[in-house]
Design a protein around this ligand. Structure first.
Ligand SMILES: Nc1nc2c(ncn2[C@@H]2O[C@H](COP(=O)(O)OP(=O)(O)OP(=O)(O)O)[C@@H](O)[C@H]2O)c(=O)[nH]1
Length: 373
């Protein structure tokens, strides 16, 4: 008779990264490579509605999605939505090979790491690795420097963004430099030096071209202690020798290094980043009638230039009935065709720092013929 394996602990990969750094895009690309795995994916968004869930939901079989929107993962104590979701997973954990958690762009991974170590979950789950996705062009522009160049954003916003960014990096095992298309080797070296300077305990640095990374470099790393290895093969053959380079894309010096011991994170010796700066706010606006996506993209770009709005995402339908995903990271706006969602409203979620919903609504109202409110 086959008894259930009670010693196996399900690996959990945590993915964090500042607002708009590319977490969902990277996750989507990872999911496309993991057909041999059954994955549970927990997505947490800062806003009251989940846009990422809809972006991920187009995924194929073998993935079960748990959407935890509104708030920050694991910050709410024993009964928060994250722990409830993890308890639900616990009951069925043998149905999954791996758990992936995308935290909100304003959360540090520490709260989830602490929750995973709690007696409720420590026997069932093991942290595989904490990844942090970095918006490399923004890093190079100084967007995460507390005293960086003056932008639309004020000094307080810059300080708070830098604090969140550093808290995410501090506990990362793997930093993923994303959005690197068009950057020179010198810029990549600069970004690498910045990350190493800010977070000396990061173990590995990886370059993601268009938010793509091999699963070998992201899943099955087992960086936080032993677990029974034979239960499942590592995802797509994870590296056996972690003291060697994980990846060497370009010959740039130091995209990995082997001094693992120096990087073992001890949560108990670090201050947890539990305090959420209440200056960060989000709100959702809906628009009536068919939309002109290009005009809306221009309006959103102008809003992000004038107001302290760092992230906008949502869906709109044009006059021909085609749905579009609109995504803005600061004033860079992307429009992409989106799968139709029945009876879906035109909706945009705005995330900003001390941002006035009223002023943003008025600005959109002036720019767009239909009502946004
Ligand atoms: N050019 C470029 N754009 C990218 C890349 N990765 C992501 N993006 C774009 O950046 C925007 C934000 O990407 P997401 O994957 O939604 O970022 P996120 O980190 O999940 O965002 P939040 O969950 O809101 O914090 C989207 O418009 C993506 O298409 C990349 O490597 N290159």
């Amino acid at each position: 008779m086959n008894l259930p394996d009670t010693t196996f602990r399900t690996p959990v990969t945590l993915m964090s990264g500042f607002l708009g750094s590319g977490k969902t895009t990277l996750l989507n690309n990872l999911l496309r490579q993991t057909h041999d795995r059954t994955l549970a994916v927990i997505v947490n968004e800062f806003g009251e509605v989940s846009i990422d869930g809809a972006l991920l939901r187009s995924r194929e079989d073998g993935v079960e999605l748990f959407d935890v929107s509104g708030g920050l993962l694991a910050y709410g104590g024993d009964d928060d939505a994250f722990r409830c979701t993890l308890r639900a997973l616990l009951a069925r954990r043998h149905a999954f090979d791996h758990v992936l958690i995308e935290t909100s762009g304003l959360a540090a991974p520490t709260a989830v790491m602490v929750a995973l170590q709690s007696p409720d979950f420590a026997e069932a789950f093991t942290l595989d690795a904490t990844l942090v996705v970095v918006d490399t062009p923004l890093l190079l522009e100084g967007a995460f420097d507390p005293d960086g160049p003056a932008q639309v954003a004020g000094a307080e916003l810059r300080r708070s963004a830098a604090q969140v960014f550093d808290a995410q990096l501090e506990f990362a095992d793997v930093a993923i430099l994303n959005k690197i298309g068009g950057l020179s080797d010198a810029q990549l070296l600069q970004a690498e030096a910045d990350v190493r300077h800010r977070a000396p305990r990061v173990r590995f640095l990886e370059l993601a071209h268009d938010a793509r990374l091999d699963t070998q470099l992201t899943l099955g790393l087992n960086l936080h202690g032993a677990r029974r290895a034979a239960h499942h093969a590592p995802v797509s053959g994870a590296p056996g020798d972690l003291s060697g380079p994980l990846h060497d894309h370009t010959g740039l010096d130091g995209h990995s290094h082997g001094d693992l011991d120096a990087h073992v994170h001890s949560l108990s010796t670090h201050q947890h980043f539990h305090e959420h700066d209440p200056g960060w706010q989000s709100f959702r606006l809906t628009g009536a009638g068919a939309q002109d996506p290009q005009a809306l993209a221009t309006a959103v770009r102008n809003v992000a230039r004038v107001f302290p709005v760092l992230r906008v995402k949502g869906f709109v339908t044009d006059a021909a009935g085609q749905q579009h995903a609109l995504q803005a990271v600061r004033s860079r706006v992307d429009l992409t065709p989106a799968p139709a969602r029945a009876d879906a409203p035109n909706e945009l979620v705005f995330i900003g720092y001390h941002v006035s919903r009223k002023k943003v609504t008025e600005a959109l109202g002036r720019a767009m013929p239909g009502r946004w409110e």
